[in-house]
Design a protein around this ligand. Structure first.
Ligand SMILES: *Cc1c(COP(=O)(O)O)cnc(C)c1O
Length: 522
């Protein structure tokens, strides 16, 4: 396919060739640090000269300049607006990050979350003044238990990983209550798991044993049967798993695990593929977090708040952490302390307060505006979109577990790039030149050079068609040996290849002023 406007001469697309005097790329402006832009003597406000004073804090006295940048108001405004334009977000274009579920955030969610009655409540307000907020939490809890087919829930975890910690802490308490704390310690985790799963096991003080994934990308019940025993506390499993495949044998696996006296934790981050179609409670799950910020839209990525309520089976529900919601004589009550007549034996508290209120409002808004049938439709459409991409690319890119039905995400490996001189990383960088956020790369680890694509239900057919056409064009170029298009990419981004590992491991967090020119010349 011919892409209009792409320079055909090798190298013409490079940033050097098209260098501009300002360093700007058309309306995308080069941006310096605030410290570089500012001057000590500039200010955006007009204060009177202060009375003579001593710059002293306690026994510490300031002798030099404080070194903060001074800018006029238009300079400060421009700086932050330009930075904001550097963001690529779901409002700019597709973010096909597998496992992250970057769906559109309906503005209705935001409108509801900003209603003063929800936005302005304070966690230390007397409970009697917030019956509406408690009723909303209770209704959200009812929807989540209905969707998952589970009898109990804890709303307070503040992220998916925090929810994992909550569920595993409840399981650990259940084991301790049976007097098996000293012997049942090991957690089984499949090779394909998200890194948070073994990390969670470690956080609750339990060593991890890996379960190999069989050739079709799923967990083999026979393998689990070999590994379970009196030392096994739990199996942590993700369903649909991180290869985008439904664990078909989950009920059988749950039976084996329970028979051996252990528990099943399900990583529920991929609930968006099955909500309204399959209920984890029917599959034998004991605890599962629900990433509200994935399955039910709501902003995440780039630091937006998360929320990871945990649903619990009857086997572990007594150990849910405080606070608990309960319907009493006067409506919804918040149980803040201790055990009670219901034989609740909370393992403690997980968060200072009750959870992410704003996220609760957004998630419930998403549910109510979709309705039960709409949630099932969202799952169906998410799965359909991923399969549409799979079918559109299967003749050019390789599928590690065969060209078969996937769930909400499709996983390719890099076998098709062999001997092309192009790596998964190069391919992802070339997607940036095409205006796409790259897919998830090199995860899951069980697949070499993994590329995990999750379109979500919010992309239209036209959007999916353009995405497939773009990836086909890139794939054909890689196969045809046009490796330069990849190894130098991104050509059109204001920043090119960055040493991301070094940036993460040795971040430079302190700005030091450049040496005065006279000194530097010496
Ligand atoms: C996102 C994700 C998590 C962690 O969720 P956070 O909210 O980021 O803590 C865990 N497991 C899987 C499979 C995920 O996709």
């Amino acid at each position: 396919m011919n892409r209009q406007g792409r320079p055909t001469t090798p190298g013409v697309g490079s940033a050097e060739t098209h260098a501009t005097f300002t360093g700007n790329r058309a309306i995308l402006q080069e941006e310096a640090l605030l410290f570089e832009l500012g001057r000590a003597d500039a200010t955006g406000v007009d204060f009177d000269e202060p009375e003579p004073f001593i710059a002293r804090l306690g026994t510490l006295e300031r002798t030099g300049d404080i070194g903060l940048p001074g800018l006029s108001e238009p300079e400060a405004v421009r700086h932050y607006v330009r930075l904001s334009q550097r963001n690529f977000s779901i409002d700019t274009g597709p973010v096909p990050l597998g496992s992250c579920t970057m769906k559109h955030n309906p503005r209705l969610n935001e409108r509801m979350a900003r209603l003063p009655g929800f936005a302005d409540v304070h966690p230390l307000q007397p409970v009697s003044t917030v019956p509406g907020a408690l009723a909303l939490m209770q209704e959200l809890a009812a929807w989540l238990m209905e969707i998952t087919g589970m009898p109990a829930i804890s709303l307070s975890p503040r992220a998916g990983a925090h929810g994992e910690l909550c569920g595993m802490a409840a399981i650990k308490s259940a084991i301790a209550a049976k007097g098996e704390a000293a012997t049942r310690k090991v957690v089984l985790v499949p090779d394909s798991a998200h890194g948070t799963n073994p990390a969670t096991a470690a956080m609750v003080g339990m060593p991890v044993r890996a379960v190999p994934v069989r050739a079709d990308g799923t967990v083999d019940p026979a393998e689990v049967a070999k590994l379970v025993g009196p030392d096994i506390a739990a199996l942590m499993i993700t369903n649909p798993n991180t290869c985008g495949l439904f664990e078909r044998d989950i009920a059988e696996i749950a039976r084996i695990v329970h028979e051996a006296g252990a528990y099943i934790y399900c990583d529920g981050a991929n609930l968006n593929a099955i909500m309204g179609r399959a209920r984890p409670g029917d599959l034998g799950i004991d605890a599962m977090q629900i990433n509200l910020h994935k399955t039910f839209s709501t902003p995440h990525g780039g630091g937006g708040p998360g929320s990871g309520p945990v649903v619990l089976s009857a086997r572990v529900s007594a150990f849910a952490p405080l606070p608990l919601l309960r319907t009493g004589a006067d409506g919804v009550e918040l149980v803040e302390v201790g055990a009670d007549a219901d034989e609740a034996r909370p393992f403690g508290r997980l968060s200072a307060f009750h959870g992410q209120m704003g996220m609760f409002v957004r998630a419930l808004t998403y549910m109510l505006s979709h309705g039960g049938d709409g949630l099932a439709q969202a799952s169906d459409d998410a799965v359909l979109a991923a399969n549409y991409i799979r079918v559109g690319l299967a003749d050019l890119m390789s599928l590690p577990f065969g060209n078969r039905l996937c769930m909400q995400e499709v996983l390719f490996d890099d076998a098709w790039l062999k001997d092309s001189g192009v790596t998964t990383l190069d391919f992802a960088k070339a997607m940036i030149d095409e205006g796409y956020h790259p897919m998830t790369m090199y995860f899951p680890l069980v697949v070499h050079g993994a590329m995990l694509i999750e379109p979500t239900e919010s992309e239209s057919k036209a959007s999916l068609d353009l995405f497939v056409a773009t990836l086909r064009d890139l794939a054909l170029a890689a196969r045809a040996g046009d490796s330069e298009r990849f190894t130098g990419a991104p050509y059109y981004a204001p920043r090119r290849r960055l040493d991301e590992t070094r940036a993460a491991r040795q971040p430079v967090l302190r700005w030091t002023p450049p040496a005065p020119i006279a000194e530097a010349a010496e």
